[in-house]
Write a new protein. Structure first.
Length: 408
């Protein structure tokens, strides 16, 4: 019985052993089968063909890169007014510039092209501009665009005038060249200096009590008395920088005169990060800069008891400097901007408090201009700044025989 059981046990163990061995063999054969399959031509042809097709598609993807052709602008001063913005025939900016060109050409008797080129600015009466039929048909929302996006509109107005002045000067050069026996191709392309548009009579003056944060970036008009005039200082708008590694000089625009260093060197194979300003370089440009402080003018009904009159600082540049003196009554039109407030010894760079100011676009000196009038035709203009009650009071004081006792 024991022998039988032992033999049966050994038989079972052997079966199990053979089973395990057979299983291992089957797995081994399966492994050999897999390895042979991997070495087989069919499998080998399938996998590389997929990878090669992917690589070909990758090469095709890298080769099919969309590029944009740079369209040459017909405006010689495009880069002066719209730097960094590519030219497009169907751009709304181009349509706006063309509309302003038509307006200036239709009213060419009002403008002296040579005088505008020499001075570098021209004055546009917004009342006449907005009432023109060409402007109303092509730019019906001009008032909204000028108020909300003044920099773009002013650039378009200036570019339109710049194109007309440059084209006229170009035609004069061609005429002179033809008289001397030359041809049109012998005359190089002429580009006038940057011409700035000065807008006057834009809406009613804004009260200084409404001069708040919601006016930031808007085009507004204010009226008041000049109470402070600063000195004229040079403001750098373009600074030339020299690379410390390769000595290459590049020009960097400084919007609103805010100093900033270049981020990289444009030179080939140069990784320089250190730059030195070149203030005496020909590419460095400076303009005249001045600040004035304007105080609000309030009538008797608008005066608030115990309150100091409000004031606003205005920045004047280029031809606008030295346009007024303290005591003048001026109307200033410009763009509302902000300056950071630096107060105290522990001032931080991350302060979020700013001060509103007006970057002047045009200054109309009401009282100052009347002083320059030699004849008496416009002397009544000074009286327009006083109420009838004040004029009667002045007349009453003038009629007094002894004015000294009124000073005590």
């Amino acid at each position: 019985m024991s022998q039988t059981s032992a033999s049966s046990t050994s038989t079972n163990r052997g079966g199990r052993g053979r089973g395990r061995g057979w299983w291992r063999g089957w797995r081994a054969r399966g492994g050999n089968f897999n390895r042979r399959g991997s070495r087989g031509g069919n499998h080998r042809a399938t996998v590389p063909s997929t990878s090669s097709s992917n690589s070909i598609q990758g090469v095709q993807k890298t080769q099919l890169v969309q590029t944009h052709l740079q369209i040459v602008s017909p405006y010689v001063g495009w880069a002066l007014y719209l730097p960094g913005q590519p030219y497009s025939d169907h751009s709304p900016v181009v349509d706006m510039v063309q509309s302003f060109e038509k307006y200036f050409v239709s009213w060419n008797k009002l403008y002296d092209w040579d005088d505008i080129e020499q001075k570098g600015f021209f004055v546009v009466d917004y009342t006449e501009l907005s009432s023109d039929k060409t402007i109303q048909d092509n730019i019906p929302d001009l008032n909204v665009q000028l108020k909300d996006n003044p920099e773009k509109v002013l650039a378009c107005v200036g570019l339109a005038m710049h194109q007309i002045v440059s084209h006229k000067h170009q035609q004069d050069l061609i005429s002179v060249s033809t008289e001397l026996g030359g041809t049109k191709e012998d005359v190089p392309q002429y580009c006038a200096q940057q011409i700035f548009a000065r807008i006057k009579n834009f809406g009613s003056p804004l009260a200084l009590k409404s001069f708040k944060a919601n006016c930031f970036g808007k085009f507004v008009t204010i009226k008041g008395t000049v109470v402070r005039v600063g000195n004229i200082k040079p403001l750098c708008t373009v600074m030339a920088f020299k690379c410390a590694s390769c000595s290459l000089i590049q020009a960097v625009n400084l919007p609103d005169g805010k100093y900033s260093l270049p981020t990289s060197c444009p030179g080939d194979d140069c990784r320089g990060r250190t730059f030195f300003p070149c203030r005496n370089d020909a590419q460095t440009r400076t303009i005249d800069w001045q600040t004035i402080r304007v105080q609000e003018i309030m009538s008797d009904s608008q005066k608030e008891a115990g309150r100091v009159p409000r004031t606003i600082d205005c920045e004047l540049t280029r031809d606008l400097v030295d346009a007024c003196v303290p005591g003048d009554i001026v109307t200033v039109t410009g763009i509302v901007k902000v300056n950071s407030v630096d107060e105290g010894r522990g001032k931080s760079r991350d302060k979020c408090i700013f001060l509103l100011y007006l970057h002047g676009n045009n200054v109309t000196n009401i009282k100052g201009n009347k002083r320059k009038v030699k004849d008496g035709s416009d002397n009544y203009g000074l009286a327009m700044d006083f109420s009838m009650k004040e004029l009667y009071a002045i007349q009453e004081i003038q009629s007094q025989p002894n004015l000294f006792h009124l000073l005590i």
